[in-house]
Design a protein around this ligand. Structure first.
Ligand code: A3P
Length: 271
């Protein structure tokens, strides 16, 4: 009766740390949190706490620091990190491929005008008005404003497609993710070679929240900071912004088509 009961046998509690298998690189306000939380409903997906910001802010801390932020995960699990500012960090792609050449890169984008309003709502915390946020004193779209140039998706994406093979890249439609999450999650599970365990039964529309929520041990709905009401924007400002983004949007669609890294329905950015 001296043999240990199975409960006393040592458990393997720590696996060697490794860099993430998948990184959600952005775009900020594209639906990055929703996308990660939805993927985490899959039993094979784990993620580090919060946003790690290694490839933009903390790269000089070194790879060991980065690895120490990763969960201990058996090799059959997918470690997914998300830091939305990677997408607009020109050095991030080369740094990332240097750390893990097999990284699969996921980008979630949303109509750049809606994205800009969402960024404004987050950054302004209810103060100031949208026009002063996005327009220069002469009334033109302010190209020096970070929130404005974040929406120039084509130029950011080229930095990634120069470095990563297109078979390692996947683009998610963030507008659609909010309206019909399954439509975006199903092709993403396929890309990640995950069994299609996330499906129509996973989500339900929560009319109080105004968004899809889900049944899980995590939040059923995302917190108050996600899915905030947007202010009315003057029509003439909208016209200026749509005009400003129209050619960059077309360039973005051309890249997606030529590399075949977007498998979903056409983007419904109606301009
Ligand atoms: P808004 O708050 O402007 O509506 P990110 O996590 O990248 O910051 O993106 C936030 C955006 O995710 C939200 O922007 C919201 O539109 C979108 N989103 C998509 N699906 C959502 C969901 N199920 N619940 C809450 N927000 C969701």
């Amino acid at each position: 009766h001296n043999s240990p009961s199975p409960l006393q046998l040592p458990l393997v509690t720590s696996w060697p740390r490794r860099p993430p298998d998948v990184v959600i690189i952005g775009v900020k306000k594209g639906g990055t949190r929703a996308l990660l939380e939805m993927l985490k409903l899959h039993p094979r997906v784990v993620s580090p706490q919060g946003e790690v910001h290694f490839y933009d802010k903390y790269f000089e801390r070194g790879t060991d620091w980065y690895l120490s932020r990763m969960p201990s995960a058996s090799p059959d699990l997918l470690i997914i990190e998300k830091t939305p500012s990677y997408f607009v960090t020109p050095d991030a792609p080369l740094r990332m491929i240097g750390v893990n050449p097999d990284t699969r890169v996921v980008l979630v984008v949303r109509d750049p005008v809606t994205r800009l309003v969402s960024d404004f709502v987050q950054l302004s915390k209810g103060e100031g008005d949208f026009e002063t946020f996005v327009l220069s004193p002469d009334g033109e779209v302010s190209i020096d404003s970070r929130p404005v140039w974040t929406g120039l998706y084509a130029s950011h994406l080229l930095k990634w497609t120069d470095v990563f093979p297109s078979k390692q890249m996947h683009v998610v439609n963030g507008d659609r993710l909010a309206l019909d999450p399954v439509a975006e999650i199903v092709p993403l599970q396929q890309f990640l070679e995950l069994k299609p365990l996330i499906n129509e039964d996973t989500f339900y529309f929560n009319s109080t929240k105004g968004f899809f929520c889900w049944h899980s041990k995590y939040d059923k709905c995302l917190g108050e900071g996600k899915g905030r009401p947007h202010p009315e924007v003057r029509n003439e400002t909208l016209v200026k912004l749509k005009e400003y983004y129209s050619e960059p949007n077309r360039a973005f669609f051309r890249i997606l088509t030529s590399l075949d890294i977007y498998k979903s329905h056409t983007f419904n950015w109606s301009y």
